[in-house]
Design a protein around this ligand. Structure first.
Ligand code: PLP
Length: 259
């Protein structure tokens, strides 16, 4: 069986973070493993607390998994601060995992900070160049490039800018575009662009979308798909999961991994 490791934050509410990643790996028949960077106390109404794990704790989880269980692909999500970024980057250098998917998580939809402001530059310089692919959404790509990303032409420029910063491949997700009835994700490998478009689904139950999309890419890479095929297959998975998003608490619900 293929194996995937997620290095990310825990969502006690079960919809995003480590929990979304492991559910996705399981649905896609990949053995899921985890290194938890932070606990969040969270439910459908928002994030009530963030409790980072010690750097030593993060390091040892990654070493324990990598030394014995040899992941076929690794994904990073919430990395929270500079110290955790440093240890993840050092270990990525050390272990040379076959594939590394970097979801540059910054802020939850409910507004909680999942990456400290002073760690953004660190993420850009230490983690981004190590990634097989990075998966920013529009607000994240705006922070990473300092550009205003209205429209596809600007997003192409932003993808080129991120490539100039050392990202090998960029999947710039279009789901946050205002008022659009089509969602277009832009895939750029430094040479050519591929646009992946689907009709926008009108729902508020999208909690965990970004985590699920990136972990589906990771699972398909672990299974040996090429990067573009992994993204296309993951896009199908997340589109179906969003279509079947459902409410389980008082706030917006999660996507459905079993759909
Ligand atoms: N909690 C954790 C631990 C996350 O990693 C993320 C997103 O990456 C979120 C919450 C936010 O999820 P959403 O913005 O889909 O609500």
């Amino acid at each position: 069986m293929k194996k995937a490791l997620t290095i990310a934050g825990s969502d006690s509410g079960g919809g995003a973070g480590i929990q979304a990643d492991i559910k996705t790996f399981q649905e896609l028949s990949v053995f899921g493993m985890s290194a938890i960077t932070a606990l969040t106390a969270q439910n459908s109404l928002g994030v009530q607390g963030v409790y980072p794990v010690s750097v030593e704790g993060v390091e040892q989880q990654i070493r324990s998994v990598s030394d014995d269980l040899a992941p076929d692909a690794v994904k990073t999500g919430m990395l929270f601060d500079k110290e955790i970024i440093d240890v993840v980057a050092d270990l990525a250098d050390h272990y040379h995992w076959p594939e590394l998917v970097v979801d540059p998580v910054m802020v939850s939809t409910s507004g909680a900070k999942l990456l400290k402001d002073d760690a953004i530059e660190h993420l850009m310089t230490r983690i981004v160049p190590l990634a097989t692919v990075i998966t920013p959404n529009i607000p994240e790509a705006e922070v990473m490039t300092g550009m205003d990303l209205n429209g596809l032409a600007n997003r192409k420029k932003a993808a080129q800018e991120l490539a100039a910063h050392g990202a090998k491949t960029i999947l710039l997700k279009g789901g946050h575009e205002d008022g659009a009835d089509t969602v277009t994700d832009l895939f750029y490998d430094g040479k050519s662009f591929h646009a992946l478009s689907v009709p926008k689904i009108n729902t508020k139950s999208t909690h965990g979308t970004g985590c699920t999309y990136a972990s589906a890419i990771t699972a398909y890479l672990a299974r040996g798909e090429t990067l573009l095929d992994a993204v296309i297959l993951a896009k199908k998975y997340i589109h179906t999961a969003i279509k079947h998003g459902f409410r389980i608490g008082q706030g917006p619900g999660p996507v459905d991994h079993t759909a």
